[in-house]
Design a protein around this ligand. Sequence first.
Ligand code: ATP
Length: 325
Amino acid sequence: LTRLYGPLTALSNVRVDVMSALVSFERVFEVLDLAPAIAERPGAREIPEGAAKVEFRDVHFRYPSASEVSLASLEDVASLDRAVNDEVLKGVSFTVEPGQMVALVGPSGAGKSTTAMLVSRIYDATSGAVLVGDVDVRDATLQSLHDTIGVVTQDSHLFHETIAENLRYAKPDATDQELWTALRRAQVGELVESLPEGLDTVVGERGYRFSGGEKQRIAIARLLLKAPSIVILDEATAHLDSESEAAVQRALAEALAGRTALVIAHRLSTIRDADQILVVDDGRVVERGTHDELVVTAGLYAELYRTQFAVIDSPAPHPTSPAPA
Ligand code: ATP
């Protein structure tokens, strides 16, 4: 996504509704924390509190064309139009049962991020339906959808504000005690304690600069405060140093525990733990099953395993992950 829309993300003052149609996954999800351009239907229903099932029923999707999102004056239109007319999802169906972890894997451009975005209704399916807690997301109130789903991406965004303010986006009435608990569970409590201003430390270019792994842990603290029943996680591809990596993994384990999770997975350890792996290729789920089931087939998963996952994890395996078979 960043590859395609990098230039557009620079337009930081573009109206929010246009942005949410175009800019990258992580900014829409995390900066606006789910403020889709999509309108709430009159008489929309609440998703029941704690609802944790996700279902895709024959979902087809094509991105709106540049003209549909009023960007005709931008120079990037030509490159946008290259991609927009094709169906990106071509009949995707799956169910994530409450408490399950489902991993999406597949080649670049296969449609994994798009699938994840449809759950939060950043866009609507062109046809078919996406259900959260048995409610079609088009019939759900945006607030209840927002409350049910939390997102952690590779590129976590923090505002140029204090740590406390950054955290209270998730829970405005959280006490300082709650903020500290979330920070500790997210493995960043000690670091914040060591800062002279503690929770009042201003974050960002003119403030305290957290590393990528630290920012991600603050974002995980935010998710823990929000306590959604469903988590969407875009797992990091970039390698952090091994200490940060281990801390991020511990924080993520806290974030995912007891929740339904849809993970765009890049780590063998995650994929091995998944209740179900969906192998996405060219907008379709081409294989599904557990690691043990899929690795013995001669399909795309087995190939990805050999060429990517085993290779990625083998030089420096996560301490808790078993060595590749
Ligand atoms: P990666 O692993 O590289 O992130 P992915 O499997 O997540 O890939 P998507 O990002 O969902 O794939 O992209 C699926 C297809 O949709 C690609 O062809 C991509 O170029 C296209 N695409 C993604 N975002 C948009 C957008 N906002 N507008 C138009 N096309 C898009």
